[in-house]
Design a protein around this ligand. Structure first.
Ligand code: SF4
Length: 112
């Protein structure tokens, strides 16, 4: 327990550095002493599917996501899990009950 409290105190005090590229002034975990460490040295602009999300930040450099540096990647495998304007489709069985994707995958691997 003491170890947990000690670890929590260490991580609680960590502050991210402020962006100096596309979102100047915003704290970002990718910002380092030598500049932005993200792919290509800066975050990417939002994509069309992001339109309507409340996490869009507009700066002089363009429109960016406040929580993820590469919005296009967030939409590669379906709906962005941070999106505020779209909810992921919940699959249902014939009776209208929600299907647990983990249990469905297990059932499928057993051939049921
Ligand atoms: S949270 Fe997702 S949908 Fe919203 S702006 Fe960021 S990447 Fe786009």
């Amino acid at each position: 327990m003491a170890g947990f409290i000690f670890a929590a105190k260490i991580t609680y005090g960590v502050r991210n550095m402020q962006c100096t590229t596309n979102r100047p002034g915003d704290e970002c975990k990718f910002m380092g002493k030598k500049g932005c460490t993200f792919l290509g040295g800066a975050c990417f602009q939002i994509v069309e599917k992001c339109e309507g999300c409340n996490k869009i930040v507009e700066t002089a450099a363009g429109r960016f996501c406040a929580v993820f540096p590469h919005p296009e990647m967030k939409w590669k495998r379906g709906v962005c899990n941070f999106a505020s304007h779209v909810k992921p489709e919940i699959r249902q069985d014939a009776s209208g009950k929600a299907i647990n994707p983990l249990k469905a995958a297990k059932r499928a691997s057993r051939g049921r």
